[in-house]
Ligand binder design. Sequence first.
Ligand code: SAH
Length: 353
Amino acid sequence: MALVTLYDLNRDALGALLADEPRFRVDQLWEGLYRHASPVAEMSNLPAALRNRLTAEHPDALGEIRASVTDDGDTVKWLWALADGAQVETVLMHYPKRSTVCVSTQAGCAMACGFCATGQAGFTRNLTSGEILEQVVRARQHAAPRRVDNVVFMGMGEPMANFDRTWEAVERLHTDMGLSARSLTISTVGLIPGIRRMTAESLPVNLAVSLHAADDTLRDELVPINRRYPLAELMDACAEYVTTRRRRLSFEWALIDGVNDRFSDAEQLAGLCQPLRAHVNLIPLNPTGGFATRGSPPQRVAAFADRLRRLGVNATVRANRGTDIDAACGQLSAATPARPDTSVELGPTRRSP
Ligand code: SAH
């Protein structure tokens, strides 16, 4: 069972927890948790006895097993142990003008995409909203004084298969941490009921759909859930999202050598993008233990992107961050790294020698 942490509690529940305290303490605690993302032990406006009680009764959800750093300190991956021993990963990426944190919504994943390390490892359990939020909080604490500008739900797990808790985290990030809806992106393998629920919510976050194939035969193979939610229906759900929420839709496409990187694939993909004005994120397939086929070579990636652009599609090639610490797309599996020398105790900033 997951532990109930402070980030799992709403304001009323926190109020009940502080029933014996003056009422302004709830505001102080709430501000400390959300506006400042401070550890309770460092909330110096709270009396020490209260801080001690709160940390004893509601310890952090995430125990740091390991932090791995690369890209001169600009990419950090954490491996966390949850209270019941389940493990998840979080990745923080600093870019020149912004910082993004990639969070997990489940320990493992049940979607079974063969090319994804998380899918290869199988499903453990859903995360609570507090476990999802705390990943952002810990990344914020590490990033300071830089801000975390964007949160992408692209870590381990399928957010739409854990919709309620994911959405609770989205609302808290927006309302209490002050992140704009356009800085939040939910990525899904294409669970239509989840896309429809997102459409019904008023907060217009970005939607990313992991497409990888533009015909059902190939997609059935690469993304098995396609057998249940085939492309035509998926595109209808996407269209509804775009027209209702007026938010950019993007398709993720991991380029797999000789599998989905032909010009005919680009043309089929363009055909799906055009009516939706969808943006394409191309990701050269990252290597994982359970999938033998490799990513497309760089010239092929460039040619594929070029073909899409000539067809009027806005396509970007996603910079591959953190492949050397298995922190890149599709490489999160909570497995012990092959190269333990990349695991370090984090100091304020780490530079390569
Ligand atoms: N389950 C959700 C959230 C995970 S996002 C989803 O599938 O969208 C992780 C992204 O990385 C997805 O687009 C996924 O398809 C992609 N991915 C998975 N394995 C990959 C790999 N080996 N190389 C590159 N991208 C990969």
